[in-house]
Design a protein around this ligand. Structure first.
Ligand code: CP
Ligand code: NVA
Length: 309
């Protein structure tokens, strides 16, 4: 049994194995419907329990389909209906019950500490479905999308991130170390990645270029990523922050600094950080990106269950 909390914790060769499995599984489903089960029903009889302390559309649906396609089932719990959120039951006792009724726990949380606490008490795998510090399932799936569309391993591509230095970027930074790809970040000076992640970059001898010019960051990019300036539960002065990011909006002009065939990716939901013309252009691959979550998360689930082929 393995947890999937941060890309940091997972050896590069296992991350690659997950992507290879996802590709095989995706290819073999070309003529199947959403709820058809993969050959061999590898997770038959298994129950995935999901819980969201923050809103979610894609993560919720993609994990539901992922476990279903592997032959298992999913149950979504509402935190406000549990004793836990009202302070009436400990994480330890909750985890004990989850472990005896379910087979894996997918958790979107507003606290990294809670995730660690669940890990300590669960005897089933826990998967991070987004936390304040990372969004690992999203980024592993995005690497799959990049390689699928570009038909090249990601280390041969120039990757750029324009926008807020948030949980999604943190996972992309960690991935750039695990998969050895070049990463340029374009963000305002006062909104750079936090110290913890900068220390991690230094410790791993990785060079990530951070620019306060979005044009410089986009220059020669094969892939341009962005995300909302204001994340869920972001406790900042929103007006001030949005103002600082004004010149980082991804429009046709900014895209023109990247390679001609550069693709645009965004985990969604979007805010005002991307112009409609770019978002709805042929270069934008956001809908394929969202759908690929299902395929990659299936292989993440199999990895957690020790059943990766
Ligand atoms: N990208 C993503 O995680 O979307 P949701 O918040 O809708 O799950
Ligand atoms: N950075 C965003 C990602 C949403 C999927 C957030 O945390 O709200």
């Amino acid at each position: 049994m393995k947890h999937f909390i941060s890309i940091k914790d997972i050896p590069a060769k296992d991350l690659r194995k997950i992507l290879i499995d996802a590709k095989k599984r995706k290819n073999s489903r070309k003529y199947l419907s959403n709820l058809d089960i993969d050959k061999g029903s590898p997770l038959k009889g298994k129950l995935l329990i999901q819980m969201f302390e923050k809103s979610s559309l894609r993560t919720r649906l993609s994990f539901y389909l992922a476990i279903k396609q592997l032959g298992g089932s999913a149950l979504t719990l509402r935190p406000d209906e549990l004793h836990l959120s009202r302070g009436g039951e400990s994480i330890g006792d909750t985890a004990k019950i989850l472990s005896s009724f379910g087979n894996a726990f997918m958790f979107r949380t507003d606290s990294d500490k809670k995730l660690e606490e669940f890990k300590k008490h669960l005897s089933i795998p826990v998967i991070n479905g987004l936390s304040p510090s990372s969004h690992p399932t999203q980024i592993l799936s995005d690497i799959f999308t990049v390689e699928e569309i570009k038909k090249k391993p990601i280390h041969k591509l120039n990757i750029a991130w324009i926008g807020d230095c948030n949980n999604v970027l943190n996972s992309l930074i960690v991935a750039s170390i695990k998969f050895s790809f070049k990463l340029k970040i374009g963000c305002p000076k006062k909104y750079k990645p936090d110290k913890k992640i900068m220390d991690y970059i230094k410790k791993n001898n990785n060079k990530i270029d951070i620019y306060s010019s979005p044009e410089k960051a986009s220059f020669n990019a094969d892939v341009l990523f962005s995300d909302k300036v204001i994340s869920i539960n972001d406790k900042v002065n929103k007006i001030k922050k949005l103002k600082s990011f004004k010149k980082f909006k991804i429009d046709k002009n900014l895209m023109s600094y990247a390679k001609k065939d550069c693709i645009f990716l965004h985990c969604l939901p979007r805010g005002n950080e991307v112009d409609e013309k770019v978002f709805s252009s042929k270069q934008s691959k956001v809908w394929i990106q969202a759908l690929n979550r299902v395929h990659v998360q299936k292989s993440i689930l199999l990895y957690c269950f020790g059943k990766l082929r």
